[in-house]
Each structure stands twice: as C-alpha cells, then as structure tokens.
Design a protein around this ligand. Structure first.
Ligand code: HEM
Length: 437
C-alpha cells in the first residue's frame, strides 16, 4: 500500500532538516512522474518522501511516460521505465551488465535513436561489455592512486590560486567563480587541452550539462565543437606523444587495444561533462549543507585534515549530484515478482539508494562522522563505476580545505538549481564571507 507522503510539519517535529520535505506539494507518490524537470528545482532537491514511499512499498515502481515531457523539438521522448530505490537493488543491477546493460539504449534515460544513440553507444558509458572491458584497461591508468598522487601538488596550487582570486572580495558567485574552475582546469590538464582553448571547453561543458536542451538546435554544434578540439589534440599527440591521457589514448594501438576515433571523441565529451558538472555541484552542496548544519560545520572546521574527507563522502551520500542512470534489460528476468522483458528500461535512483535505512541507519540525518558514509552510490558501482572518483575526491578536498581556511564564515544567498531530470545541480550560489586582509 502506498501512503501519502508526510508533510513538512511532521519532519520538522521530528527535528529533521528542511531539505527532507517534499515542500508544499500534496501529490500522492503514485502521481509523481520523474519525467518532470521542474520536480527538483520546485522543491529543494529530489522528492525524498516519494522515494521513501516507493522504497518501502513499491520497490519496482512503474513510471509511465509523461505526455508533456519533453516539449517537442527539445531533448528526446522517453518510454516509461521501472524505478529502483533500494540500495541493494541499485547495487545488484549496476553490477550485472549482462542482464541490465548500458549498451542497447545507452546509459541515459531518454530513448535516443539513430546517430545520437550510436554516439552514446560508442562512449565508455554505453559500450558493449567486451569492448568496455578493453577500453577501461586503457583509460584507468591515469586515474590510479600513484599517478594522481603526482598530480596532487598541482591541484593544491590551482585550488590556492582560485581562492586567492576571491578571498579578499567578501562576496562572489560560488559556482562559477570558485567551484567549477578546478575541475575544468584538471580536465584540460589531463587531456592536454591547450590553455587558449580552456574557456571554450568550460563553456561547452557547461552548455552540454544543460541536458534539457539536448536534441535542440544547439546540441549538434556543441558536440561537433568538442569533437573538433578532441580531434586536434589527438592528432597533435600522435605527432608528439607525451604522458597525457589523450596521448595515451590516441597512441594506444601499440598496446594491442584501441579506441576508435568516435570512442575517443565521446570519451572527451563524457569527461567534459562528467568530470566538471558533478564535482562543482558537490562543492556547492557542501557549502549549502554546512550552512544548514552549523554544528556539523564546526566539527569539520575543528580538524579539516581529519574530518573533511568523510564530510565530503557524507555530502555525496546526502546530495548526490547525479540523480539517475539507465540500464536496459537484455533477457527476461524476474524482479520483485514482476517479469521484465527484453528492452524494458530501469532507472537507478542514487538519491533514493543513498537514503536506504537498510544501509545507512537514520539516513535523513546529515552526519559528517557517519562510519559508512563512503559506501554511498553517488559514483555508481560495478563495471561502469566512476573512473574519476578518486580525482573528484582529491579536487574537492584541496578546494574545500582552502576555502575553510580562508573563507571560514562563508554563507550562501539564494540558490538556483538546474532544471533537469538527470542532475541535482546548483547553477548559481551567491556567497558572502569576511574578506581576507
Ligand atoms: C563528484 C563527482 C562525480 C560524480 C558524482 C560522478 C558520478 C558518476 C556515476 C554515478 C557514474 C556511473 C555511470 C553508470 O553506472 O552508468 C560515473 C561514471 C563515469 N565518470 Fe564520474 N562522477 C564524478 C566525477 C568524475 C570525474 C572527475 C571524471 C573524470 C575526469 C569522471 C568520469 C567518469 C567516466 C568516464 C565514467 C564512465 C565510466 C564507465 O562507464 O566505465 N567522473 N560517474
């Protein structure tokens, strides 16, 4: 039985954070359609109470298509799908690529066809199993611990420069003046984007992350521009190989494995969104959650070197920036008493899994000392889990440690969230703080 979501007052009485409320909405959980880009910005984050009700009573929830979404000419229509909200289900399905594949329909919930689908399938996230295994062997080495450790001093230096630019001002717009700069720099550095193209890549990455306009007139040219930059870098790296990621990928034939040009281009496009949008939003969610939970911020500030790593994990658990990925069923399979057919779509809900009480006791409590916070699924799990997770953690640690040291009383003003069914992303966050002398 699905019960009506409790109102904000009930949660308030229980002493929980305002973010938990499905604010001002009276929908019954069965009326909520996840194909509504206004669903998240209208409240403040994913519809927690709805996910809670589904997790409890309807663990394989059927989400029908929404006749009003997407509007004609923009983004791609989508059939209905099954929503998984339990931690174990999201983890089990993510691990089982053979039956729940990222390939036939791509990893994204929209139903692409023709060339756009082919592009999704050519990228790391949408490749067939065997090809994916070989491609991971190629792309993972630069993201291993030892390689990234060598990169750490540079990341620290850039984090310092970013904070240098704003610390004396007393106010700034946090998302673009601070949070997005480090991932853009890191991405460009890793892939060998020349300094004069950095702003273009940042702009294209931002535009590309605005997924509600995909399929619109701009999308083809955006992707084409990123492909052009990727192609130029790859050609240069073939002429003059070095140790950068793109050089390794472009010259990989020597290893026997090979990324074809489309796969290489798509890898570049994926990284320009995946590595940027997500990391910057996590930094913004960190500031937001520390403002909402001053006692937790005091704890972090009292010993950042010790407390910050786990605080970052708790932010990722509590407010994962990626809201869902998709899988497509490849053979008849039974799940929660329902037989799924070949071609059925699965929506993996990371925010719901991350609040599953079976895994995280008292899941709505934001607790930077939570022992198993790092078991969140914000980075996915299984064969397609995030290759940039370690890098993202390093960047967030460097940037936030610098921020805490030099802008300790940072406070945010009115937040604007991205209008999206895919990302829980902050796109504007004015902040104030005592200017550094
Ligand atoms: C807080 C930051 C980040 C979050 C929350 C995040 C989230 C995710 C998630 C949920 C997946 C799983 C996709 C699936 O299972 O279908 C993923 C995969 C991926 N991420 Fe990240 N990501 C972050 C940062 C990064 C960074 C910094 C990079 C690279 C510079 C990156 C590159 C990728 C790539 C290439 C994949 C595809 C892996 C594959 O399919 O084998 N991500 N990410």
């Amino acid at each position: 039985m699905v019960t009506k979501a409790p109102g904000p007052e009930a949660a308030e009485r229980a002493g929980r954070a305002p973010e938990l409320h499905f604010r001002g909405r009276t929908d019954m959980p069965e009326d909520v359609n996840l194909l509504d880009p206004d669903l998240f910005p209208r409240g403040s984050g994913p519809p927690r109470e709805v996910f809670n009700a589904w997790r409890e009573d309807d663990p394989l929830h059927w989400n029908p298509p929404n006749p009003d979404y997407p509007p004609p000419g923009v983004a791609v229509p989508t059939r209905g799908f099954y929503v998984l909200t339990r931690y174990k289900d999201v983890a089990d399905v993510s691990r089982n690529q053979r039956v729940f594949s990222s390939h036939p329909g791509g990893p994204i919930i929209w139903d692409w066809e023709g060339e756009p689908l082919r592009r999704q399938q050519a990228g790391l996230m949408g490749m067939p199993i065997e090809q994916h295994r070989a491609a991971r062997r190629l792309v993972v080495p630069p993201f291993t611990r030892s390689e990234l450790m060598a990169f750490q001093p540079e990341i620290d230096a850039v984090a310092r420069e970013i904070v240098d630019e704003v610390a004396g001002l007393g106010e700034c717009e946090f998302v673009f003046d601070v949070a997005s700069k480090l991932p853009v720099y890191t991405f460009c550095r890793l892939t060998g984007v020349p300094a004069e193209e950095r702003d273009t890549v940042a702009r294209l990455g931002n535009l590309n992350a605005d997924v509600e306009s995909w399929g619109g007139p701009e999308e083809g040219s955006l992707t084409a521009e990123l492909f052009r930059i990727a192609g130029e870098i790859a050609a240069e790296k073939r002429r003059r190989p070095d140790k950068s990621l793109m050089s390794r990928l472009a010259n990989s034939e020597a290893d026997g494995d090979r990324l074809d040009p489309m796969a290489l281009n798509m890898f570049f496009v994926t990284m320009s969104i995946a590595g940027h949008e997500t990391t910057r939003s996590t930094a913004a969610h960190f500031v937001r959650l520390m403002n909402e939970h001053p006692d937790q911020y005091d704890l972090v500030r009292s010993d950042p070197d010790r407390r910050l790593p786990n605080a970052i994990e708790e932010v990722l658990r509590y407010a994962p920036p990626v809201v869902n990925f998709r899988r497509t069923v490849t053979e008849k399979v039974e799940l929660h008493g329902t037989t799924l057919d070949v071609g059925d779509k699965i929506y993996l809900s990371y925010p719901a899994a991350n609040r599953d009480p079976e895994m995280f006791p008292d899941p709505d409590r934001f607790d930077v000392t939570r022992e198993n916070a790092a078991r969140h699924l914000a980075f996915g799990i299984g064969p397609h889990s995030c290759i940039g997770a370690r890098l993202a953690r390093m960047q967030l640690f460097s940037l936030l440690r610098e921020m805490i040291a030099r802008m300790p009383d940072i406070r945010h003003g009115e937040i604007e969230r991205m209008r999206s069914i895919w990302f829980d992303s902050v796109i504007r966050m004015p902040v104030t703080f005592t200017p550094e002398k």
